[in-house]
Write a protein that binds this ligand. Structure first.
Ligand code: KMH
Ligand code: ZN
Length: 283
């Protein structure tokens, strides 16, 4: 971790994911219009980054290159958010399609650091695939967010950096995705263990899936971490109370960050922290 404690909180919204169906969760943003409207709301409330999974016209997860490119364009036209595309996709997506996500020219992309059981499925991330993704991101000037589902994946991250060097932007930022059935638990103890083995100088955010959302958020804030929230990970706001929309989750995170006296980080500061490449001036 960097030595000086942060004075603000980087908030990422992950509004959709690949696991929930629109039929089960009607409030899930699945069309481009729904995604853009969600993004605008999240930006207004304090998010600086949007972690994007898209859906096809049947609301099924897709990594269609043209649709991803259109999504990046629409989010750029309508928001100033840092656009982070998911390269994780759905557990069924082949590696080649996941690598092609970078062709949509996002600011940032996720880069998962290992294979993990994912409920009844397996989220496969072979070492050779990880290396290829890390190197292609650097070539494409896309900032990675290293997704960590279990403690040993931080060892993989350190090995990756030792063997293949720093990412584009030369800053290492990690998201601890906690509470996945098959990954590390979403507890303060697990978070402290993970923070203890972050690469030197790295910053981190944390995400608690499902009912681990609040304990992970509180632990992350007290340990100097940043926050990822959204309907990709959390569908119940409180026991028996479904999430109304992503704005509700971003508002709660922004409120907690203010209580922790680390209010939401501006997008400009987030771009500088993560080393995101400058936006090209409009012609
Ligand atoms: N949907 C999961 C299988 C990522 O976005 O990079 C993978 C995931 C991680 O959500
Ligand atoms: Zn994701």
């Amino acid at each position: 971790m960097s030595s000086a404690p942060p004075t603000t909180t980087l908030i990422t919204v992950a509004p959709t994911g690949a696991e929930s169906s629109k039929a089960d969760v009607p409030a899930l943003p699945v069309t481009l219009d729904e995604l853009v409207s969600t993004a605008r709301d999240a930006e207004a409330i304090g998010a600086a980054v949007i972690h994007v999974h898209i859906r096809d016209d049947q609301a099924r997860p897709t990594l269609h290159p043209g649709q991803l490119a259109d999504t990046v364009t629409a989010l750029r036209e309508n928001t100033s958010l840092i656009i982070q595309l998911s390269t994780g996709g759905a557990v069924t997506d082949p590696e080649e399609n996941r690598l092609r996500v970078l062709e949509a020219a996002p600011d940032a992309a996720s880069c998962s650091m290992g294979t993990v059981n994912f409920g009844r499925d397996v989220f496969l991330n072979r070492w050779d695939f990880i290396v290829e993704l890390h190197n292609r991101m650097r070539d494409a000037q896309v900032v990675p967010e290293y997704e960590i589902f279990d403690l040993g994946q931080l060892t993989t991250l350190q090995r990756l950096l030792d063997k293949h060097g720093l990412p584009y932007g030369e800053h290492v930022h990690v998201d601890l995705v906690m509470g996945v059935p098959g990954g590390m638990p979403g507890t303060a103890h697990a978070l402290v263990a993970a923070v203890g083995v972050l690469p030197p100088g790295a910053t981190f955010a944390a995400t608690g899936v499902g009912r681990t959302s609040i304990p992970v958020m509180l632990a992350a804030l007290s340990a100097g971490g940043h926050l990822r929230v959204g309907m990709e990970d959390t569908l119940t706001y409180a026991p028996g109370e479904p999430v109304r929309d992503n704005a509700q989750l971003v508002a709660r995170a922004a409120g907690m960050a203010k209580i922790a006296q680390r209010p939401p980080m501006s997008i400009a500061d987030a771009r500088a922290l993560l080393g995101v490449r400058p936006l090209l001036a409009a012609a």
